[in-house]
Write a protein that binds this ligand. Structure first.
Ligand code: HEC
Length: 178
């Protein structure tokens, strides 16, 4: 590199790194997931029975993950919500890196374009910290309504995120605070 530009090298490296991050395509997993096949298989085995192999739960009336769940990466609180969900926090997968990979498959893979471009992947440390603070079924809906509101404000998430799944009926929508 030309001597004159040398002081700018770290800046250049930073810009290139930022460019590489921004280049992640919707549905593409971050490089932090070293074994995407295992992450997918773990999802199918542990979560797919309820949420659907493709993240589409219909006709079951369960939260739809496909093209929606990525919005929860928007704020620190809404990220933590995902890791504190009872089925996630109490997962029989005890290895925190393995659970982080599963969750990265969920938010970036199933979440697709709903994952904000600047969102950073879950780490084993984050999983270890948040899963200790598991939510109970009683507090869950209220917490969710709060984080959905913040994601709508901060990241322009669609208002339909207030529903657990698209087309959730009127009675349930009121119940979930939306
Ligand atoms: C027995 C069925 C069942 C299994 C298995 C299950 N879930 Fe869920 N999941 C639910 C239900 C029901 C909810 C709604 C909240 C509640 O009542 O717990 C939910 C909520 C969620 C949400 C919140 C979505 C939103 O829009 O708020 C996410 C994310 C999620 N589950 C991911 C997972 C992952 C990841 C796994 C596997 C580790 C998993 N779930 C396993 C039934 C299940």
């Amino acid at each position: 590199m030309n001597r004159r530009f040398r002081p700018f090298a770290p800046l250049l490296a930073l810009c290139l790194a930022a460019g590489a991050m921004a280049a992640r395509q919707p549905g593409e997993l971050p490089a932090a997931v070293t074994d995407p096949e295992l992450a997918r298989a773990d999802y199918v085995e542990n979560c797919g029975g309820c949420h659907g192999v493709q993240g589409r739960s219909a006709p079951a009336e369960l939260p739809e993950l496909r093209d929606r769940v990525g919005w929860f990466l928007c704020t620190p609180g809404s990220r933590a919500y995902l890791l504190r969900l009872p089925n996630v926090a109490h997962s029989r997968i005890t290895d925190n890196q393995q659970l982080a990979d599963l969750m990265n498959f969920v938010v970036f893979g199933l979440g697709g374009a709903s994952a904000p471009a600047s969102a950073v992947p879950f780490t084993a440390e984050e999983v270890a910290r948040e899963r200790k603070l598991a939510l109970t079924a009683a507090s869950l809906r209220q917490e969710r309504a709060h984080y959905v509101d913040s994601a709508i404000r901060a990241c322009r998430a669609p208002a339909t995120l207030r529903q657990f799944y698209p087309g959730e009926n009127e009675r349930k929508r009121v119940f979930s605070g939306g």
